[in-house]
Structures are given as C-alpha cells and as structure tokens.
Write a protein that binds this ligand. Structure first.
Ligand code: THU
Length: 156
C-alpha cells in the first residue's frame, strides 16, 4: 500500500494576498501567546468559509499538560463561535525562545493533528494548512494528509 500526499513549498513572494493576510494574522497572534514556561510563542489563524479570520495562540499553565497549543485554541474557538462555518485555511507560525520567527515551517503536534482532523471531517471540506517559516512555507491541502492511518469516528 502506498500512502501519497503532496506539499507545495513556496516562498512568501509567491503567495496570494489572502494567504499573506492569514500569515500576518498568525504572526500577530504569536505576540498574544502566553508561554512563560517554554518561551516558544505560537500563533494560528483560521480563515472561515465566509472570509472571517479567527486567531489563537498557545496558552500555557503551571500544570504543564493543562495548556493548549495555538492551532487547537484557534480551531476550537472557530468551531464554538461559528459552528456552521467550515474552516477553509489554517496558518501556523512560531517564534523561538529568542523571539525570532522560525526559519523552517513549524510542524503541528500529534494531538493537534487529531483535533484538526475532526474539525475537517465535521465540515466535510478539506482545510488547507500553511506551515510558515521565514525561509519557506509548506502548503498542505488537507489535514488528512498530516495524519495517515488516523483513528476517527468511523471506528466507533
Ligand atoms: N505548540 C503550539 O502551540 N503549536 C505547535 O504546533 C507546537 C507546539 C506550543 C505548545 C507549548 O506551549 C509550546 O509550543 C512548546 O511546545
């Protein structure tokens, strides 16, 4: 069995205005991160089907596992505030412990991939993911591509 998926690797100058706007929102969201423990600030911006943009940032806690990643914050907020609007595109950006934007694209953790997948399956429409780095941007066409052989509600 072959599992195949494609990623577009682009430079900022090749992106559309909509993509650049979403990146800008995600970059701004990193400055609203609460990361006193890791000092690693992540921002996420979700573009909904009507063009609304919802952002989130990582929110940490002294009891470490109680915190939440930026992308889950954004997507859970989008789904709770606008349950009937699908998410068209999601951008994730991070700044390192020195405050600099990462040069290579940030990669979402496994728990986020699982949560994002459910959001995608719930709407029935693919969510395009932009993983931002200052050197290049990875564009992935569906969350499903980020989680091959996933566990989902079809098993229950
Ligand atoms: N983090 C995110 O918010 N998103 C990711 O994709 C990777 C990691 C957060 C969790 C924690 O607050 C910090 O970054 C360091 O792991």
């Amino acid at each position: 069995m072959d599992i195949l998926f494609s990623i577009d690797i682009k430079k900022e100058k090749e992106l559309t205005l909509k993509e650049l706007t979403l990146i800008d929102e995600a970059r701004r969201a990193t400055y609203r991160s609460y990361a006193p423990y890791s000092h690693f600030s992540v921002g996420a911006a979700a573009e909904l089907e009507d063009g609304t943009i919802v952002t989130g940032s990582n929110q940490e806690n002294a009891a470490y596992p109680s915190g939440l990643c930026a992308e889950r914050t954004a997507v859970f907020y989008a789904n709770s505030r606008y349950p009937d609007l699908s998410i068209r595109r999601l951008c994730i950006v991070a700044r390192d412990t020195e405050g600099k934007f990462l040069s290579r694209p940030i990669s979402p953790c496994g728990a986020c991939r699982q949560a994002l997948l459910e959001s995608e399956q719930r709407s029935g429409k693919p969510i395009e993911v932009l993983l931002y780095g200052t050197d290049s941007i990875y564009i992935i066409h569906s969350i499903q591509d980020l989680l091959p052989l996933c566990f989902d509600e079809s098993f229950l």
